[in-house]
Structure formats: structure tokens, C-alpha cells
Design a protein around this ligand. Structure first.
Ligand SMILES: Nc1ncnc2c1ncn2[C@@H]1O[C@H](COP(=O)(O)OP(=O)(O)OP(=O)(O)O)[C@@H](O)[C@H]1O
Ligand SMILES: [Mg+2]
Length: 264
């Protein structure tokens, strides 16, 4: 469905030692990956490894210096239409649910933001109340929540609302950028169960960035290890124990015990 081919990204950096100079700092080096329809691709890496940058390239927000992103065979950055095509099919859920929901909006209004996008795209009027009911039910909350403000919700409930808003625009693909990292372990599991349920019910495709390997094993079909902007390992989650890269193995050893001599 979505394919990245040899993506390179660099950012301009002002030079401290020269008065008017600037240098380029490359943050992604020849990154290639593929997200198949109905699957979940996990992007795993430490802070600063380039996960969010890769996410921004994947969802049409950041044009790479070189390399191509294809959606169903059409180049995303090749034309305006290519980028629009992707953005019409994609939603994003961020880590910081407290700032991604407007504190002055009630839950119903937050959900209407997503419904508005869908109405405009599908050029049809939706029954808002019915849709809000459906969305709240989908994320396991009752209709009573519709009138509440974000500060009247727990972190887990607010992240459910952000997920409902992402689903409201009827996407095919959702990018979760560290979307469960700020939640406690118990709530993380509940949200991951919700994500698995929604994926099944709505036939969604996911991209999930995180620095936590456990959530990758719970949620993803394939995993890509990013280290300092380079893909060091890319394999199906079922074959995780075959990972060879040193950094990947270090992470893995914290949750898997290898029986090979090499690991001891
Ligand atoms: N807009 C920007 N301008 C300049 N440098 C940037 C920009 N965005 C990211 N960077 C740099 O690119 C590198 C990768 O950043 P990125 O946000 O992709 O990392 P990350 O893996 O998502 O980290 P984290 O886990 O902390 O969210 C960092 O060194 C960062 O400083
Ligand atoms: Mg990030």
C-alpha cells in the first residue's frame, strides 16, 4: 500500500563558527520500507533516531531530499494530487494527547473536527449526533462523555478521544507517533487492545513509532529498527529472535533470552 524507497532527509543547521554559514545535518539515510494493507509496521528507535521525521515523510508532511514514497504505486511527492491522495486516506495520533485536543472544546466538538474533514472529502452531510455516538462506542466510551472537556478526562480516556477523532475522518491508514508512550502500563495494554480491535473492525493499516519493543511485539506485524537515521534491521515480528544487528539485539535481550553462545 505505502512504500518508501531510499529516503534521505537533511535539515539546515546554522554554523556557530562562521558568521553567515550553514551546514546540513542528515537525519535519514537511504531508508526503505513497505507497509502492506491491513498490517501494522512498527518503527523502533531511541530518541533522535529519526522516527518522527520518517513518520512525517510517510504521511506527506515532509518532502525528502531524495528517494520516493509511493501510495498504491503513485508517487506521493511527485505531484500535488499525489500528496492529497495520501492525506485523504491518512490520520495521525500523537503522543501528547493533552495538546492535540483543544482544551476549550468539548469532546463532541473534538470529534466534529474529524467528521468535518470527512464531510468535506466525501461531499455529504453526516448525522453528527449519530456519528458521535458511534465513534464513542467504537473507542469504548459512553455518549455521556460527549459534553465533557479534556481536563475532565483521564489520560487514557483523552487518548481514546484522539483515536476516535482520527477514525472520524474514515481513514485507511493511521500513523501513531509514540501514541501510547505517555500512558501507564495498564492503560497502554487497554489502548493497544482497542487499536487491534479497530484495525480488525475497520480494516485499517497502521504505522506505529515507539522506543518500546514490548508494544511492537503486541501490535505490529513487521518491525524496522532505526539507529541514527539508518535502518539497521527490518523483519517480521515473528522472526525477531533472528535479528543480527547489535543495537537490535541489545534491545531484544532485555525481553528475550537467546540460547545461542553469541548472546551470552
Ligand atoms: N524541523 C527540524 N529542523 C532541524 N532538525 C530537526 C527537525 N526535526 C528533527 N530534527 C532533528 O532530526 C533528528 C531526528 O529527530 P526525530 O524527531 O525524527 O527523532 P525521534 O526518533 O522521533 O526522537 P523522539 O523519540 O525523541 O521523538 C534529531 O537530531 C532532531 O534534532
Ligand atoms: Mg519523535
Amino acid at each position: 500500500m505505502l512504500k518508501l524507497d531510499k529516503i534521505c532527509v537533511s535539515f539546515r543547521r546554522e554554523c556557530q563558527d562562521k558568521l553567515f554559514g550553514h551546514t546540513k545535518q542528515q537525519v535519514l539515510f537511504d531508508v526503505s520500507a513497505e507497509v502492506k494493507k491491513g498490517t501494522c509496521l512498527g518503527i523502533l528507535g531511541e530518541s533522535g533516531s529519526g522516527k518522527s521525521t520518517m513518520g512525517r515523510v510517510l504521511c506527506g508532511l515532509l518532502k525528502p531530499d531524495s528517494g520516493t514514497v509511493f501510495l498504491n504505486g503513485v508517487s506521493v511527492y511527485g505531484s500535488k494530487q499525489g500528496r492529497k491522495n495520501l492525506q485523504d486516506r491518512l490520520s495521525i495520533v500523537f503522543q501528547d494527547y493533552t495538546t492535540s485536543a483543544n482544551p476549550r472544546f468539548r469532546v463532541a466538538d473534538i470529534l466534529k473536527e474529524g467528521l468535518f474533514v470527512r464531510q468535506r472529502r466525501e461531499r455529504k452531510k453526516l448525522n453528527q449526533e449519530k456519528e458521535i455516538r458511534r465513534l464513542l462506542e467504537l473507542v469504548g466510551l459512553s455518549y455521556d462523555f460527549a459534553g465533557r472537556f479534556p481536563h475532565e478526562l483521564s489520560g487514557g480516556q483523552l487518548q481514546r478521544i484522539c483515536i476516535a477523532r482520527a477514525v472520524a475522518c474514515n481513514p485507511e491508514l493511521i500513523l501513531f507517533d509514540e501514541a501510547i508512550s505517555s500512558l501507564d502500563a495498564h492503560t497502554q495494554v487497554q489502548i493497544m487492545d482497542l487499536l487491534l480491535d479497530l484495525k480488525e473492525k475497520l480494516g485499517l493499516t497502521y504505522i506505529f513509532t515507539t522506543h518500546d519493543l514490548t508494544s511492537i511485539t503486541y501490535l505490529c506485524d513487521d518491525v524496522l529498527f532505526l539507529y541514527q537515521g539508518r535502518v539497521t534491521e527490518y523483519l517480521p515480528v515473528k522472526q525477531l529472535s533472528e535479528a543480527k544487528d547489535i543495537y537490535a539485539r541489545k534491545l531484544l535481550e532485555s525481553i528475550i533470552v537467546f540460547d545461542t553462545e553469541e548472546a551470552s
